[in-house]
Design a protein around this ligand. Sequence first.
Ligand code: ZN
Length: 342
Amino acid sequence: MNSLLPTSTVGSLPKPTWLAEPGTLWSPWKLQGDALVEGKQDALRIAVHEQLRRGIDIISDGEQTRQHFVTTFIEHLSGVDFEQRETVRIRDRYDASVPTVVGAVSREKPVFVDDAKFLRAQTDRPIKWALPGPMTMIDTLSDRHYKSREKLAWEFATILNQEARELEAAGVDVIQFDEPAFNVFHDEVQDWGVATLERAAEGLRAETVVHICYGYGIKANNDWKATLGPEWRQYETSFPLLQQSTIDTVSLESHHSHVPVDLVELLRGKKVMLGAIDVASETVETPEEVAETLRNALRFVDAENLIPSTNCGMAPMSRNASLEKLSALSAGAAIVRAELGA
Ligand SMILES: [Zn+2]
């Protein structure tokens, strides 16, 4: 475990082909019943093993036990009808068939706590668990009950906080909230986005992270990115608010993105999980490329606050490329660590 520049991933890794169809989101499971439970656990074990042997310091579950980073959490809540689906525009970008909120939402039992305990049993290194953020949850749903994005976000924040506290009690060291919606709905981020996120993280002793990105490397996202112009300044809205917030760490895209790296300065004082791995390309970075991305960022973040990471989750990528990228990330971080005299 490296205490300086500890490496991490945003969370998801591709699943084995015997568990789910590769290269696709919302891929159906290939196993059922007890075989599925066992298969998910085996996949999680492999994800942990690969992270360890490739030098990742903060270990994730690879999101091997969930079908999707948002809907799997929502599926476990009452008040949401998964039979009644509607097509809505997600992140103002692409249409998807999503479940409908038909009544008051609540969490009747823990969602990921057993999976997190299983992860905890696999390693002594710090472990990180990702949950969707409140704004991203409401943006992946159709709401026929609250009829207010803000009201529903506060409800989800309360539910997320219950889950996060139980994950912490299960031994999770770092709890991450995924909020790609923060790069799209700038007025709402200001009005209630950061406040509901803080509510979700309230009272936690575990480290807290918010991950804000430009999405998985899927076509709809790549097409959207092509419209954003030469400089992506979306983080300019959220970073000053997060710098003032109770959240410990901000996870952002950097390598191969058009985000001006000086925006990291807006987070000064916070920890920064910096994306030094492109998840929209199968081309594996060289360690030197990773090191260069980290060196650039070090002009705007103190070394003790920098956590080398990936730009986003790697679920839709090929398995080999994603694993080789983990090795590249560790090797690149090692170069910079040596330069810093560590
Ligand atoms: Zn992401």
